[in-house]
Design a protein around this ligand. Sequence first.
Ligand SMILES: Cc1cc2nc3c(=O)[nH]c(=O)nc-3n(C[C@H](O)[C@H](O)[C@H](O)COP(=O)(O)OP(=O)(O)OC[C@H]3O[C@@H](n4cnc5c(N)ncnc54)[C@H](O)[C@@H]3O)c2cc1C
Length: 487
Amino acid sequence: MLISGAQKLERMRDGRIVYIGAERVDDVTAHPAFREGARTVAAIYDRKADPAQRDLFSFEEDGERHSLYWLRCRNRDDLVRRMRAMKAIADMTYGFVGRSPDQVAGLVTGLAMDAGLLDRLRPGFGQNLLRYYDYARRNDLYLSFAVTPASGRKSADLFPGQQRDDPNLQVVAENGSGVVVSGMKMLATGAVFADEIMIGNLTPIDDKLKSEAITAALPINAPGVSLWARQPYAQHARHEADYPLSYRYDETDSVLVCDRVKIPWDRVFLHNDAAMSRRIYIETPANCYQNHQSNVRFWSKMGLIVGVASRICKANGIDHIPAVREQLGRLVSLEALIGGLVQGQIEAWEEWPKGYATPNRRIMYAALNWCQESHTGIVDTLRTLLGGYPMVMPASIDVVTDEALRDRFERWWKTPSIEAAERHKLYKLAWDIVGTEFAGRHMLYEKFYAGSSIVVRNQSDREAPWERFHDAVDRLLAGIEVPDANG
Ligand SMILES: Cc1cc2nc3c(=O)[nH]c(=O)nc-3n(C[C@H](O)[C@H](O)[C@H](O)COP(=O)(O)OP(=O)(O)OC[C@H]3O[C@@H](n4cnc5c(N)ncnc54)[C@H](O)[C@@H]3O)c2cc1C
């Protein structure tokens, strides 16, 4: 089933508990902090549901149509179709919404490609996952996930002797009908707009912390669930022209707080297995499917960044200077690079698990690492090209509402290549990429959404064919003779 934007907005009015500081938000679709973000999500649903876009965004299975990101690919063509759908979704937000509905869906789809693994851990868990996968795609669900301990403690021994409640999300009771969880988890990006949230562990946890090893799905409005939002950036953006990205594309991040939340067994996919609570993502295509989307999304973001850089240089009249063109050439080559890394994952696809197709894992992790380590430098190049001009723009576009100010603004703030109001929007857009709170949050997002660099590089280390590389060294060295005592 494919639902409309209006239906998606209706689902967000389900009594979910969201806090901005002490303020309880009654309706995220109406509150100024979230309203435009909710509309952005609704626009994605409308576009997906448009019959004219049916082939781009959906596939048919068992007589029903589902969003393409739920496709368990069988071959290269499937991977191409799935990637195109994700690229079109990412282009709708210029790559600035990381956890769009296709992101966590990739994780569940990847798990559903080898649900037998969960059944081997405890009979029934795999079937639970498969039923949930089917339920989610049939209902066009938007999933978010919180899989990181928020306490700053990842091992049982890190803070020995610490006297405080243990805040990490964990099972505090279980009975025949399910488990009860309490505690907090970071950082549920997009959850205020989502339908459900997956809990689990993406980073390794200590074996002593078995009660935290719970992987399950719960509705955002489940009794006992609340979302504690960080500062929303749209709330104080009165005019879109002053904050073109903050205004519309703040996907939000919240701490998930659970107070004795009941989860029925059929929503539980793993329990009491600390090591496997992370490994299920890397021993199935879950992590790869999910982060392939992240690479595709970064490709869209690069498209906007290079476009803004070029427009800015033109507006400043520096676009013809050879040294500036060299910088633009470097930037645009990086846009092509990430595009190539995405395409390469598909060309070098793996048949894994048997009968299914997965983007090439090594290239996917290489791209993930490249995005993580390059984003700051890319944004800094844009900042450098900007010069001090963002500070020249007035505090607000509302200057144009005053006739006298408007006249001066329009005459003095324009350049030979761009009118004043257009220049204002352009520089404010650039500032939303390099300087605002929204921009700062994106610096953090690109560094951490897939885990710290240690976690991301560990994935490449694990997947590397070290034997092949060692063999090359050994072959070369084997051909070199060591001189004997006679020289
Ligand atoms: C904007 C944003 C959105 C996010 N969205 C989500 C989401 O939707 N779902 C979700 O589950 N999580 C989300 N996260 C959380 C993310 O998964 C974590 O931030 C990430 O895993 C890093 O964990 P941490 O923040 O606890 O930092 P830490 O793991 O504590 O790392 C902090 C720093 O310490 C360094 N460090 C840690 N251990 C070592 C060591 N042993 N040796 C040397 N250096 C070390 C790291 O490299 C890093 O620089 C989000 C984070 C951000 C910033």
